[in-house]
Ligand binder design. Structure first.
Ligand SMILES: Cc1cc2nc3c(=O)[nH]c(=O)nc-3n(C[C@H](O)[C@H](O)[C@H](O)COP(=O)(O)O)c2cc1C
Length: 218
């Protein structure tokens, strides 16, 4: 009998091959939520899941700020929105478009049932005297924050919760930090909107993986 395995079948809904584990395929970015809070015990469980992520030299250079009060969501949304307004004006975007973009971003943040803000700290990281290695060390920490946040989203999906990564804090870490009155060492680099999924939300079809274009063997 030949040892060759049959070609993988393609999932007609997600576009994934059957080689992709179901728990990975189950996580999608969902940007609309059913009303209702996420229990704080559930948010804590998601943070514990996040902390199973790999990180450089056994560090945990991550901090998670769980934002679930309307006041804190509004403070965060407003501060980041004002910073974005300045950036967009500098890019020459016209005022009406700026108002539209900033208002839409504000709504997205305040309407999310809960937000997990992923922060980086230098705690546990190696300190180097030169800028090149400092940047590499911070880059490693940032990669590991991505791992942690993916774990959080996978755990959320496993719990029937929707989530979506929102990039905004990486463009203005200090603004996000100060809006949430965080320790000066906690620098927000990402945020995940979390809540029960709006059952009417229809996401984009997940594109097939163009293996030939994006991987190489040597
Ligand atoms: C670093 C990063 C930044 C992202 N920023 C945003 C964002 O600002 N707004 C948004 O709606 N989705 C954002 N996403 C979600 C991506 O759009 C989404 O993961 C991608 O379209 C693939 O869809 P899927 O997550 O459903 O597989 C981000 C994802 C990552 C990893």
């Amino acid at each position: 009998m030949s040892g060759a395995s049959p070609p993988p079948l393609r999932n007609p809904v997600s576009g994934a091959t059957t080689a992709v584990p179901a728990f990975l395929d189950a996580r999608r970015s969902i940007r609309a939520f059913a009303p209702g809070p996420v229990p704080r015990a559930t948010l804590d469980a998601l943070v514990e899941a996040a902390c199973t992520a790999p990180a450089p030299h056994h560090s945990r250079p991550w901090r998670f700020v769980l934002v679930d009060t309307i006041e804190a969501k509004a403070d965060l949304a407003f501060a980041m929105g004002e910073r974005w307004r300045t950036d967009l004006a500098g890019d020459g975007v016209d005022d009406d478009r700026i108002d539209e973009l900033v208002a839409s971003s504000y709504r997205k943040i305040v309407e999310a049932p809960a937000i997990a803000v992923g922060c980086l700290t230098w705690d546990g990281l190696d300190r180097y005297p030169d800028e090149e290695r400092r940047r590499a060390e911070w880059g490693m920490a940032l990669l590991s924050l991505g791992c942690a946040l993916e774990n959080l989203m996978l755990a959320a999906a496993d719990d029937g919760l929707a989530s979506c990564w929102v990039a905004a804090p990486i463009f203005c870490p200090e603004v996000a930090r100060d809006a949430l009155a965080l320790d000066p060492e906690w620098l927000p680099h990402a945020m995940l909107l979390v809540g029960r999924p709006d059952p009417t939300y229809v996401g984009r079809r997940r594109p097939a993986v163009p293996l030939q274009a994006l991987r190489a063997f040597r």
